[in-house]
Design a protein around this ligand. Structure first.
Ligand code: GLU
Ligand code: MG
Length: 450
């Protein structure tokens, strides 16, 4: 049997299995350049066709802004044309908080079945393969933070619920049933939850999940967010994943943890480099650190991101790294001596307005460039860089991050012209949209979009 027919036969079996479980339809997701998850759905009976032919999704989504307006700036592409969303059967998951629905992330191909160079998920896969070609594997995991409220009105100040103390039991008790349902839904979907806890800001919670391969980690970021959103809706709550929910306060991050592996060995430890990391790991992290101002155009892609990325809010506003330093953009975690898997680095500056596929792919590209250049890390930062002084602030606006991005030869080469151009066009338009806007109006416009 040809590979295509085999895949189709597999989809037919999956469809039967889903139907037997009472699933009616499958949601196919893609995340657009602006970081919004967009969907098409098909009835389960149409899954084999979707796997064979894809589901129509025009390329114009690459030029959507977070408010659904469409830009053409810089990167001209005709409004016509079509692409096909191809569901990844390996990730097909019945959705616990949306009974009757299953989910699969999708890649985008053209109508002839050729992979589309502007597909963000395929980009993440390409960069993963680049690492594989060098004998390197990456394990990655996003932490998801969100704030619950009881309102749907995108006013600048949310009507919070669970406003008890930070990390407090009171807040946890108030939403005990809700949090149990979040946990149950994730676990029922096979998500390896590591932790679920109240965060710093009123109404804020966080869930972290076990590391996966880079594309898997990005897929999980989508699944975790949509699961939290769905459980929230069932409890009459709104969940905000936006970088900020209130101007001038701690926001929502979506930190990215990563470790680098070779032949089953974690290169973040048992080496001769700084804090026990190997030279390869150090070079990778040095590459990421160097590229961070440009990476922010992908990892912190909204005007709102820069309201969050402030010093002394654990958001990673300075271009430095440090062991267990929560103010450094890259926090290095050595892990316990007998837990070889645990050593990792955490990129703190990223938030959930980011397209997770672009974020993981670009981080890999920057890290591999660091390895190519045999880059080394500067001395680690100890203490709060805002107080120690002398450290380079990361970009303080989207416009500034975009200027770094446009100058980044590493990211331009890795993304390719199609993706690079789409990112530039969308970021430019997002920056223009909020030019001169007050923090309050930026928050109001973005708080319930992501
Ligand atoms: N909420 C903080 C942020 O904006 C992060 C808090 C933490 O360290 O987990 O990234
Ligand atoms: Mg956190």
């Amino acid at each position: 049997m040809s590979a295509a027919r085999e895949e189709r036969a597999r989809a037919a079996r999956e469809a039967d299995r889903l139907a037997a479980q009472g699933v009616s339809g499958v949601v196919l997701t893609m995340v657009d350049t602006a970081g919004i998850t967009r969907v098409k759905t098909v009835p389960v009976s149409a899954l084999p066709d979707a796997v064979r032919w894809g589901v129509a999704m025009p390329p114009v989504f690459d030029l959507f802004l977070a408010d659904d307006s469409v830009t053409t700036g810089g990167h001209t592409r005709a409004p016509e044309g079509d692409l096909r969303l191809l569901p990844d059967l390996d990730r097909l998951t019945p959705l616990a908080a949306q009974p009757g629905w299953a989910w699969a992330p999708a890649d985008r191909h053209d109508q002839r079945g050729t992979p589309y160079p502007g597909c963000q998920r395929l980009f993440a896969r390409r960069m993963t393969e680049r690492a594989t070609e060098r004998g390197l594997a990456l394990r990655m995991g996003f932490e998801t933070e969100w704030v619950v409220g009881r309102d749907t009105d995108p006013s600048p100040s949310p009507s919070r619920t669970a406003a008890g103390p930070a990390y407090g039991m009171a807040r946890f008790v108030e939403l005990s049933d809700y949090l149990r349902d979040v946990l149950d839904a994730l676990v029922a979907q096979g998500v390896a939850v590591q932790q679920l806890h109240p965060e710093y800001a009123p109404g804020q919670f966080e869930v972290s999940v076990a590391p996966a391969d880079p594309v898997g980690a990005a897929d999980l970021a989508v699944l975790v967010r949509e699961t939290v959103r769905a459980v929230s809706a069932r409890h009459g709550l709104t969940a905000s994943f936006a970088p900020v929910v209130e101007a001038g306060a701690v926001g929502n991050g979506r930190h990215l943890h990563l470790s680098l592996w070779q032949d089953g060995r974690n290169l973040c430890r048992d080496g001769d480099g700084q804090h026990g990391m190997t030279a390869v790991c150090e070079a990778f992290l040095a590459g990421v650190l160097r590229e961070l101002p440009a990476l922010l155009a992908l990892g912190a892609p909204s005007a709102a991101s820069y309201l969050r990325l402030e010093p002394s809010r654990w958001a990673g506003a300075f271009q430095c790294w440090g062991p267990e330093n929560r103010e450094a953009a890259i926090r290095f975690v050595a892990g316990a001596p007998d837990a070889g898997w645990a050593a990792n680095a955490e990129i703190k500056s990223f938030d959930a307005a980011a397209n997770p596929y672009l974020a993981v792919g670009a981080v890999i590209a920057a890290g591999l460039a660091g390895i190519d250049a045999a880059a080394t890390l500067p001395p680690p930062e100890v203490g709060d860089p805002a107080e120690v002084g002398g450290h380079k602030r990361l970009p303080t606006s989207l416009t500034e991050a975009l200027a770094h991005f446009e100058r980044s030869a590493v990211l331009r080469e890795a993304l390719g012209e199609s993706l690079f151009g789409a990112v530039v066009a969308v970021r430019r338009a997002e920056a223009a949209r909020f030019e001169g806007a007050t923090p309050q109006s930026i928050v109001a416009a973005t708080r319930l979009r992501y």
